[in-house]
Design a protein. Structure first.
Length: 157
């Protein structure tokens, strides 16, 4: 099971954080700070899997973003790397060559896509076209709802 997924920039700014376990806010902040320090200090040719306390941490760098997953010791590291890659592919399909600004300004869409891909720390569906189709439908429905609420016409739905 994936315990958390973090996305941060080369400058150490968190762009997306999704937690699949319950932890106090201080513990989450400590994990995020530690992951930023550890991952940013590693060289390019170093292994993408490392140990952190009682978890394994798998990370992958795409352009200026680092995608980091914390998993239990009995989980498959290669499967998690593949899940990270699948999520990046989905973001690329949705945003058209995703960049850091897409995650900053389109964070709701990024979370929606992630929620369609991973549920409760487990891979929901590996078919990227089906995941993207479902997420896009939900995003369109949500944006329609917001527009109607702004216009005071929410009762029409």
């Amino acid at each position: 099971m994936i315990q958390y997924l973090l996305i941060f920039s080369k400058q150490g700014k968190i762009r997306l954080a999704k937690w699949y376990i319950t932890l106090p806010s201080k513990a989450k902040a400590k994990i995020m700070n530690d992951m930023i320090q550890v991952v940013l200090s590693r060289r390019l040719r170093m292994c993408n899997v490392l140990e952190y306390k009682d978890t394994k941490v798998i990370y992958k760098r795409y352009a200026s973003l680092f995608f980091v997953c914390g998993i239990g010791h009995d989980e498959n590291e290669l499967m998690v790397l593949e899940i990270i890659h699948r999520y990046v592919e989905l973001l690329d399909l949705f945003f058209g060559n995703v960049c850091e600004l897409d995650l900053v300004y389109g964070f709701e869409d990024a979370y929606m896509i992630l929620d369609e891909l991973i549920v409760a720390g487990e891979l929901q569906d590996s078919n990227k076209h089906l995941v993207l189709k479902t997420a896009t439908e939900l995003i369109d429905e949500e944006s329609t709802q917001k527009v109607l609420e702004e216009l005071g016409l929410a009762q029409l739905l």
